[in-house]
Design a protein around this ligand. Structure first.
Ligand SMILES: [Zn+2]
Length: 152
């Protein structure tokens, strides 16, 4: 039976939205929470994927982001600042650092890893930057199990 499983992660990170007219243009940070969910048929051992595998895939990304500043490359003020202070931990990205875009970014980093598991049909990523808000994106992995069966 198709089953959805998930694992949660958290990290601390600074950011700002330089073009936001409200408070988010200020430098601030969040205790981010991430839900990684995968949907697929459990294998003969009863697992969609070992939680250990999910952690092994996701943890390196969390390690990079944790206690860093996520800097939009178009934010010239902060890019200049970080160039002058190269000892700070900064991750540069090519998008405004909204929860929506962070979720999409993380999903795109995860997909190549999950594609190696032929029973996984869908990957879903949810990012929450506050207690009351979240952004969620998902991607279908091409129905490889079915395709394989069709070819036989
Ligand atoms: Zn924020």
């Amino acid at each position: 039976m198709k089953t959805r499983i998930g694992k949660t992660f958290r990290w601390e990170m600074g950011h700002r939205l330089p073009y936001h007219s409200g408070g988010c243009e200020n430098i601030h940070g969040h205790s981010y929470r991430l839900w990684v969910e995968v949907i697929g048929e459990p294998d003969e051992q009863g697992m969609v994927i070992d939680y250990y595998e999910i952690k092994a895939i996701v943890q390196p990304i969390i390690r990079q982001l944790d206690h860093s500043f996520l800097c939009d490359r178009s934010d010239t003020i902060l890019c200049e600042f970080f160039q002058q202070h190269p000892h700070f931990k900064v991750q540069y990205v090519d998008f405004p650092t909204t929860a929506e875009n962070i979720a999409q970014h993380i999903l795109s980093l995860l997909l190549p890893h999950f594609e190696q598991f032929p029973n996984i049909e869908e990957v879903r990523v949810r990012v929450a930057e506050t207690e009351t808000t979240f952004a969620e994106v998902s991607a279908q992995l091409s129905n490889r199990v079915k395709q394989t069966q069709d070819q036989q």
